[in-house]
Write a protein that binds this ligand. Structure first.
Ligand code: TYM
Length: 333
């Protein structure tokens, strides 16, 4: 069966190792399989749910495209496009917001985390954001959606919206109910400063994350300063349950080398962290440096990046326009 893949990344700058290991690395593997039909979207409409500087946003859109290509996504094989260019996304989001229930949205943990104590002051868009995400996916009849673990609840909501729309309008199978593609392990990369918090673009301290554009020296320095605990390296996987920082660093090592947790633990069992950190930095530098080099190179080729978005827009728009037309008919417009 041909898998129809759809996923998105916000162009908010500072794409990091969590984005890479949790999502983009997976996009590349899916792109490389000829049986898949892939669409990767730069979700700028999502980005403006919090305030953005227009000039920076424009640069970040290009940087996200550059990151996709530098990581190995081939724009000739997969569609890469910018969400705001295909107006059907905003339109479908409105229609689906009349299907989704406020109770469903109120349960979204990411909203609660992002809004914090001041729920009254955040934008309406931040609250309704998962409906836009559902529109993204459902417009293309995506069957599979590769994401990191933090997006799991949003995908469940997307499935609920698809099913309710199909039921309400007696339009059996009109919206495909998509399957999440979330890696079993390493699907949530944590902060280098606190192993219980997600590695994130919005974290104030740059030392908490490895950015995909960091130099080798920056990577080595950040890993050297990464939080650990006073014990030597673990000798059994079970020990990791109580040692979040060790678990995260060994997870990053395993994910980049392709080794299982057990094999990585055996390699460094009982040794001290500094030895492991040296090896870990080396592995990260080997993986990230070529990507970082390529991103910087592509950022000087603005017209190449813009062409990718124009071609992507044409292909995505063709599909989305057909779907939104059918949505209009079903709804009664
Ligand atoms: P965004 O831009 O926050 O993140 C992009 C992708 O990176 C993953 N990710 C992580 N994975 C592991 N560990 C981490 N620390 C980490 N941080 C981020 C995210 O899970 C995501 O896969 N709402 C989405 C974008 C979106 C989308 C969509 C995704 C919009 N429409 C339709 C799929 C389908 C978001 O804000 O991702």
């Amino acid at each position: 069966m041909v898998k129809k893949i759809f996923s998105g990344v916000q162009p908010t700058g500072n794409l990091h190792l969590g984005n890479y290991l949790g999502a983009i690395k997976n996009f590349v593997e899916l792109n490389n399989n000829d049986e898949n039909d892939c669409i990767f979207c730069v979700v700028d409409l999502h980005a403006i749910t919090v305030k953005q500087d227009p000039k920076e946003l424009r640069n970040n859109i290009r940087e996200t495209v550059a990151t996709f290509v530098a990581s190995g996504i081939d724009p000739k094989k997969s569609i890469i496009f910018n969400q705001s260019s295909v107006t059907a996304h905003s339109e479908a989001a409105w229609i689906l917001s009349c299907i989704a229930r406020t109770g469903w949205l109120s349960r979204m943990t990411q909203f609660k985390e992002k809004a914090g104590k001041d729920k009254e002051k955040v934008s309406v868009g931040l609250y309704s954001y998962p409906v836009l995400m559902a529109a993204d996916i459902l417009l293309y009849d995506a069957t599979h959606v590769p994401v990191g673990d933090d997006q799991k609840q949003h995908l469940e909501l997307c499935r609920d919206i698809a099913q309710k729309f199909n039921n309400d309008f007696k339009a059996e199978n009109f919206f495909k109910v998509p399957e999440p593609l979330i890696q079993k392990e390493f699907s949530r990369i944590m902060s280098l400063k606190d192993g219980t918090k997600k590695m994130s673009k919005s974290e104030l301290s740059d030392l908490s994350r490895i950015n995909l554009t960091d130099s080798s020296d920056e990577i080595i320095n950040k890993i050297r300063k990464a939080k650990t605990d006073p014990l030597p390296m673990p000798s059994k996987k079970e020990e990791l349950n109580k040692r979040p920082e060790a678990k995260n660093l060994i997870g990053i090592y395993s994910s980049l080398t392709g080794l299982t947790f057990e094999k990585s633990i055996n390699e460094f069992s009982e040794s001290n962290f500094s030895e492991f950190k040296e090896k870990l930095s080396q592995v990260i530098v080997e993986k990230i440096s070529p990507i970082s080099y390529e991103i910087k190179k592509l950022l000087n080729e603005k017209s190449f990046l813009d062409e990718i978005l124009v071609e992507g827009y044409e292909k995505a728009n063709e599909q989305a326009s057909l779907k939104i037309k059918k949505i209009h008919e079903i709804v009664g417009f």
